[in-house]
Every structure is written in C-alpha cells, then in structure tokens.
Design a protein around this ligand. Structure first.
Ligand SMILES: [Zn+2]
Length: 459
C-alpha cells in the first residue's frame, strides 16, 4: 500500500499569510484534512499528516518525518498572498526524477480541467522553486498554492464550504489517479450515517456545513430524494459500526449540533414492533388557564412581556393542543420573553424553532401571531399524524422534519425538541405547574375577598 504524507503549511504561532481575520494555516489545515479523509475513505492508501492540530512544526521535522517513514509522495498545502489570484503548483527546481515532473503535470492539469475551470479560477501554471519541503524530501514532492488569501474573489471561494469540499475532493482524486491508487472496496450499504440536519434549501445546508467546518468537524452535503422532492443532508461521517456513529453524534451534540443517525443498508430491518405509548402528560388536550391568567402570570415576572395569552389560547384550541402548557414552554424557551438565549425578540420565535444551539438564531416569523402559530404547529407535528386544519398555511418551517406523531407527551419531547435533553418536558411542566399554582392563589384571594364582602353585608 502506498503511503502519502500530507503537509498542511504553517500552524500554531506561525499563521502563514494573513488577511483581515483570516490566517493561511487554517485554510491549509481544513483542506489538507479533507484531502486525507477523501483519500483514506475512497482509496487503498495510507496517509500521514505532518500536523494533526494547530501547532507549529518546523520544516525540517516535516521532511524528516516523510523521509523516515519512506513515504511515496509528499503533498504540501499552502495558500498564496500578496498580489495575485488563482492556483499554482510547485516542484523542486533542482535535479529531480522525471516521475515528479509527470506527477505535477497529471495532478495540476486534472485540477485545471475540473475545479479551476468550474469556478473560473486563474491557472497560474506549473512552477518550480527551491522550497525546503520540495528540496529535502527524498520522494516526489508537490506543493500547492491553492488560492490567494488576500484576493477578495479567491477568499470568497475559500469561505464557501461547497467549494472547499470540491477542491479537496479534486486534489485527492487527481493525486489518486496520478499515483495509480487502487480504489478501496467501498461498502455501499450497511453504513450508519451521522446527519447534522436535512434541508430543503441548499443554502441552508451550506450554512450548516460552514458552521460545522468552523467548529472543526468534517462534513459534506449529500442529496437525497424524498417523496419527489430533493433534500440536502449534511453528513458528518459514515461508519460500519453503530457505536462509532453514536460517538461522533455525541461529540456533535456537545458542540451544539442536532444530529440523527441514518442507517442505509440492505439488511432487512427487524420487524417493527408496535410503538409503546409515550408516558407522561399529553400534549393534546384543552387549555385550562384563561388568557388573563397566562398573561398576568408572565407579567408578574417580566412586566415588559408581550401579551400572547390570547394567541396561544385561540391557536391551540384549533389544533387541540394544551395551549397553556405551550405558553409555559414559551416561557421556558424565552426566559419569560426576555430572550436571553440565541433567539432575538424581533424574531417572534417563542419556541426556539431551528435554534439548535451554538449561537444559531433559528427561524424568524413576520408577526407574533405567526410565531405562536408555528409553535403550536410544531407541537402538533409531534403529537399528531393528522394533516393541518383546513385553510391553515404551514407556518412552522421545520414541520416536515418532524417524524409525525413521534412524541405525544411533553416528556416524550426530551431529546427531540431539545437535544440532548433528558428532562426538557419535565422543566416545561414544572413551569406550567407554577402557573397553575399562581392562578390558584389569585383565585383564593379573590374568593376570600368575596367571602369577606358577603360576611360584612348586614341586611
Ligand atoms: Zn504558506
């Protein structure tokens, strides 16, 4: 099996070229890692990186490593700066075997006719230079200056995750072809795929991908067709072993991402057992508290809270949902409508719809009414399998992402509405109980007042 050393340029205290807040070392590392992942997942090849983290490794250590482990090929990834744009590649300008010249030509030309052409990137040509990593390596070595960090057009591409993925894939595939790497027998089925969001719009998938890459995860966008429409799934990994997929899901969850694991295989699924009924307090039901009771409770804590009781009462009645518990959920999500989390007040998003953590703002609704309706619809998506009431538009942008009827109680929302979450429903119900208790106290006071009045009337 061939052995490739991939060398992400710079690192640690050595940022390489800099522009605005961007540092070359990070782009080098991101692309290098994607190239590595592509190579080892698709081809029969071993890949070693000269650095696996953001640390400073001197040039001698990099070439020493490659020489000691007798690598077959050394690929260094850099980005350019200081006046210019486009892609160029380098091999040593001293005496080198013709094989190295051939490898540069194969890889460079392949990229030119694919990624460079597709994105109209300037081809600066195949060059030669006396760089340490090219001179001191005993095997064929190639250095790529992918794009110019200080060129606005280039930078725009470099911050586009789809482009990064295509460039990295292009480099990996071109290298594999040039080195004649055998394609690994890829398991096309029986894989547990870790999906970090499934979107109907490509832009939204790209946005998610960008955040993932910024947070140090590797992912790409896979398209699938579900009931005649295209969905864009952001896939962070695929594993033969379920445990490995779960481990990745856990670390993604810790970083604030909502995930699900998709199994794709031909092994017949075990016969589906009838689902156990959810335990706990039903989402469906009647609203018990009055509009005034809801509003006065929230105002007793936050005098500036908007008066949404009426909206919750009326929409929830139409959907057969406990509107006062939904109201308690909104209190829980917004911290009494103070919006101390990621969602801003002007979004009218009272249920944290799409705000999946890590600073993600989530959905925005044009009015408080639409926001409340979306909240009730999202609950309805979980609690019921029926279609929307006649004449109602879909206000909840994530309605289609919910497995219909998959949570019929507030407790069953644990790990679904809030991920990870083991007591989300309980927290909502605790808030609801406080509201009911508070209303009961007010009623008792009212009752006492009336009783006293009665007692003092002498006829
Ligand atoms: Zn550099």
């Amino acid at each position: 099996m061939k052995l490739i050393v991939i060398d992400p340029g710079h690192g640690g205290a050595d940022p390489g070229a800099m522009f605005k807040n961007y540092q070359e070392k990070n782009f080098n590392f991101a692309i290098a890692r994607m190239i590595r992942d592509r190579l080892v997942s698709k081809y029969d090849v071993e890949v070693i990186m000269t650095r696996e983290t953001d640390k400073n490794v001197d040039l001698k250590s990099r070439t020493d490593l490659a020489n000691v482990i007798k690598a077959d090929f050394f690929l260094s990834i850099h980005h350019n700066a200081a006046g210019g744009s486009g892609f160029e590649s380098y091999i040593f300008n001293g005496s080198i075997p013709s094989e190295t010249v051939q490898l540069q030509a194969n890889i460079h030309d392949k990229l030119a006719s694919t990624v460079l052409q597709k994105y109209s990137i300037r081809n600066r040509g195949k060059k030669r230079a006396d760089f340490h990593v090219l001179r001191e390596t005993k095997m064929s070595a190639l250095l790529l200056e992918v794009l110019f960090i200080d060129n606005e057009a280039d930078l725009k591409l470099m911050t586009n995750p789809t482009f990064l993925m295509e460039m990295a894939t292009g480099i990996a595939d071109a290298t594999a072809t040039a080195l004649n790497l055998p394609v690994a027998p890829v398991p096309t089925e029986g894989l547990f795929k870790v999906i970090v969001g499934s979107f109907s719009k490509m832009e939204n998938a790209e946005e998610q991908l960008k955040i993932l890459i910024q947070k140090g995860f590797n992912a790409f966008i896979a398209t699938a067709t579900i009931t005649n429409s295209t969905v864009y799934r952001v896939q962070a990994g695929a594993f033969k072993e379920k445990e490995n997929a779960e481990a990745l899901a856990v670390s993604l969850n810790k970083a604030g991402f909502e995930t699900f694991i998709l199994y794709e295989g031909s092994v017949p699924d075990p016969p589906e057992e009838p689902p156990e009924p959810d335990k706990g307090y039903k989402i469906e039901g009647k609203t018990v508290l009055t509009t005034e009771q809801m509003d006065s409770y929230v105002r007793s804590i936050n005098p500036n809270a908007p008066l949404l009781g009426a909206l919750y009462a009326s929409y929830s009645q139409r959907y057969g949902i406990r509107g006062d518990v939904a109201f308690a959920q909104a209190i829980h999500e917004t911290n009494f409508f103070r919006f101390t989390g990621d969602v801003r007040p002007e979004q009218n998003n009272f249920a944290g719809i799409g705000a999946t953590g890590g600073g993600t703002r989530g959905a925005t609704f044009s009015s408080p009414a639409t926001g409340v309706l979306a909240h009730i619809q999202h609950l309805y998506a979980y609690s019921s399998t029926a279609s929307l009431p006649k004449g109602d538009e879909k206000a909840d942008p994530r309605f289609g992402l919910v497995k219909r009827g998959s949570a019929t109680t507030w407790q069953a929302l644990n790990g679904k509405w809030a991920v990870p979450g083991t007591n989300y429903g309980q927290l909502v119900l605790t808030q609801y109980k406080k509201m009911v208790q508070n209303s009961l106290i007010s009623l008792n006071m009212e009752r006492e007042k009336l009783q006293n009045t009665l007692n003092t009337i002498d006829i």
